[in-house]
Every structure is written in C-alpha cells, then in structure tokens.
Write a protein that binds this ligand. Structure first.
Ligand code: FAS
Ligand code: PHB
Length: 389
C-alpha cells in the first residue's frame, strides 16, 4: 500500500490528525494495534481546552460536543475545612468544555468512517523503517500476513507504549521523567455529579477529584499509594474514602452507586526530545505524559496535532517546509509549559510521603495564597483553560 502520511495509532491524536489532513486532501492510512471497541473502552480524559474544541469544530465535530458537553466557567479547590472557586470567565474570559475523551474518540471514528478513509485494526508488530530517508515505510502483521505501507511521512500517534518513540535511537533521544509516589484510583458511576463544577481536594489523607461526564455519569478519583491494587477496593470502600476527603456538604450530598469502571493510573511527567527524527513525527502521548491533575494530556495531543497538521498541509500545498521544520521546537515549547502547570497542580494538591511538616505547611501556604490572590488565580486559570497555541 502507498499513502502520503502513515499514522500509527487510532487514539485521539491519530484520528484528529487524520481528519485534518483528509479535509486538506492529504491521503493517510491509520494503523491501530487494537480494535475500535477496545480503544473506545478506555476511560480517560474529561476536560477539553478551547483550542481542542475549536479543532473538533474545524473538522465538523462540534455539533454533538456543543449539544452534550458542559461549558465550565470555573473550578472548585477544597483544602482542610474550606473550599473556594477559581473563576476562569472572570479571570481570563475563557472556559473549558467537559466532554469525555471517549465521546471525542467516538466522534472522530464516525468522521473517519464517513470519509471512507482507512483504519487498519488489530495490526501486530508495527515497525517503522528508513525514517531518515525520503522513502520511509511501515510494516505490520495482520491475519498472519506481513503488510507494507510506503509513505512520505510517518506520524507516531501510538501513545506512551507505542513503537514510534523507540524508533528514534536512544543516542538521539533525550528523555526527562518524574515518577510520582502515588497513583489515582478512578471510578465511573451512573450517578449524578456531586457538584456542577469539578472539585479538586487537598486532604491530609490524600488528593481527591470530583468530576463528571454528564448529569447522570460521574467520574471520581482518590490518590492511592503506588503499591495499591484496584482489587483491594470495594465500591463502598471507595465511596467512604472519597467522603473523608471532600468538603462536608459535598460528602453529605454525594450520590453513590455501583462502579461501571474502576482502575488505578500511575502518575508521571515524561517528555522525549526531539519530537521529530527525519520523516517521523511524534504526537501526543508518544512524546509526552503529564499527571492528569491539570487536565492537559489530551489537550497537549491536540496542540501537537495542530502544529503538525498545519506544517504538513503547508508543505503539500506548496507553501514551504517551515512548519514541519519547526514542529518539534513549537510543540515542545507548549508541552514544557503544560508539564510545568501539571507538575505544579500535582505538587499543590497531593500528599507526598516525604513532604514532612515543612512541606505540609508550604502546601497550605500555597493554597492560602491562591485563595487570597486574584493574580494567583488568574495564573491558574490561564494555564487550566489552555495557553495559546
Ligand atoms: P493514546 O494512548 O490515547 O492512543 C494511542 C493509540 O495507539 C492507542 O489506540 C493504542 O492502542 C495505539 N497503539 C499503541 N501502540 C501501537 C503500535 N505499536 N501499533 C499501532 N497502534 C498502537 N488526560 C487528561 O487530560 N485527563 C485525564 O483525566 C486523563 N486520564 C488518563 C488516564 C489514563 C489511565 C491514561 C493512560 C491517560 C490519561 N490521560 C488523561 C491522558 C490521555 O487522555 C492521553 O493524553 C490521550 O489519550 C493522548 O492521546 P494519544 O496521543 O492519541 O494516545
Ligand atoms: C476527568 O474527568 O477524568 C478529569 C478531569 C480533570 C482532571 C483529570 C481528570 O484534571
């Protein structure tokens, strides 16, 4: 098979890139390791920055999002015995959209299928070849047969555990990593959200987050030790622990129910530089991971896709190669700023095993400062709603 851009991975990065390129008349093939149902079964992000919303509208996927998503003007921060609100609208005149990654991915699959553009599912042994030549290609095995896709460029949209990043020699790659000494135990339940906005809670027992997908589907998280296992937690244990960590009036009104998804995600900050090597471009989680505290992971994938699609479209439309030449530099500039914010939110709100009394007091002072300073709240707001592309 032959195409112009071979995209590896049919998660949000690969699908959104594929749709933007398709609409610009650029041929793509997407190669995905799993099935569509498996990809849609992963419960992940919940908050979209304006930039991502605009990209989805740009590819004609704004209707369901704007109808079913929830525009949030602010968020709540709880600590010890109090809770205060950071008003995004007031501070930076911007908002975020609460619309689950699962729905985003579902919409993107529908758009790709409607366009009749190819996705190869259940592709094993995906391997990238000759990426530093002008004739790169990708091989994969499906139904016991090896297939080959020759192309002009390869977009590695295959996530943290994909095949793309390792294709770049370790002598070329510089990787930055911070592994946090805890994870998030997340529960999805068919219950009404405890509040119409998100509650980020700092508590002596550990962090908690109250989020949602819609008025009848709630998403909650509690910080757990890295050694913890999801099988150690009954639903009742989860609800009891969440109630201990959120403000009393929220705990009193919390509607609990059976979990329809329950999992533990480790938290890490990770960035691999450069995001381009020859004719291979890394996009989204293939290049970087952020702790979900700042709701940035999915949104960084979107800004990578924006930069790369703009560069490839300019190139194919005869407007030069500056966009692809500057892709890695431009994408990493935004990635590092979002990583800083995600690290800061994580440091502010979680209990660190080794933080000691001084660290606890510093955290409390940081939250006191945030509560009392509109300047501090403006800084949180401008990062949370998303820095400019
Ligand atoms: P993805 O990992 O979503 O997609 C990569 C795709 O490539 C997958 O479909 C995979 O099957 C495929 N693939 C992998 N290896 C392959 C190979 N060798 N060949 C072919 N295909 C291959 N972000 C937030 O903003 N908020 C959150 O609350 C949040 N929670 C998260 C919870 C978990 C457990 C995880 C893992 C991530 C979470 N994230 C969150 C981040 C997440 O949303 C990512 O940022 C987002 O999925 C990035 O999308 P992609 O870059 O497309 O990577
Ligand atoms: C979620 O709804 O899953 C969610 C929301 C905000 C975050 C992390 C996760 O910061």
């Amino acid at each position: 098979m032959r195409t112009q851009v071979c995209i590896i991975g049919a998660g949000p990065s690969g699908l959104l890139l594929g749709q933007l390129l398709h609409l610009a008349g650029i041929e793509t093939i997407i190669i995905e390791r799993k099935t569509k149902d498996y990809v849609l079964g992963r419960i992940r992000a919940g908050v979209l920055e304006t930039g991502m919303c605009n990209l989805l509208r740009k590819v004609g996927l704004g209707t369901r999002m704007d109808a079913e998503g929830f525009v949030h003007d602010g968020t709540l921060i709880a600590a010890a015995d109090r809770m205060f609100r950071v008003d995004f609208k007031e501070r930076v005149n911007q908002t975020v959209m609460v619309y689950g990654q699962t729905e985003v991915t579902r919409d993107l699959y529908t758009a790709r299928e409607t366009a009749g553009a190819p996705i190869i599912y259940d592709a094993d042994g995906v391997t990238l070849h000759d990426v530093t030549t002008d004739a790169p290609y990708v091989t994969y095995i499906k139904d016991g047969t090896e297939h080959r896709v020759t192309c002009d460029y390869i977009a590695g949209c295959d996530g943290f555990h994909g095949a793309s990043r390792p294709t770049i020699p370790s002598s070329v790659r510089k990787e930055f990593e911070k592994v946090y000494p805890f994870g998030w135990l997340g529960v999805l339940s068919e219950t009404p959200p405890v509040n119409h906005e998100l509650i980020y809670a700092n508590h002596a027992r550990g962090f908690a987050l109250c989020s949602m997908r819609n008025q009848a589907l709630s998403r909650y998280y509690v910080q757990v030790p890295l050694s913890d296992k999801v099988e150690n937690w009954t639903d009742q244990m989860f609800w009891d622990e969440l109630r201990r960590r959120i403000p009393q009036d929220a705990a009193d009104t919390l509607v609990t129910g059976d979990s329809i998804e329950k999992s533990i995600a480790p938290l890490r900050s990770f960035i691999s530089e450069p995001m381009r090597w020859g004719r291979l471009f890394l996009v989204g989680d293939a290049a970087h991971i952020v702790p979900p505290t700042g709701a940035k992971g999915l949104n960084l994938a979107a800004s990578d896709v924006h930069y790369l699609s703009e560069g490839l479209i300019a190139l194919y439309h005869g407007d030069g190669d500056e966009g692809i030449e500057r892709y890695s530099q431009k994408a990493l500039a935004r990635v590092w700023k979002a990583s800083r914010f995600s690290w800061w939110m994580t440091s502010l709100l979680h209990k660190f095993p080794d933080q000691g009394d001084f660290g606890q007091r510093i955290q409390e002072a940081e939250i006191d400062y945030l509560e009392s300073s509109l300047v501090a709240q403006t800084s949180l707001a401008e990062n949370y709603v998303g820095l400019p592309y």
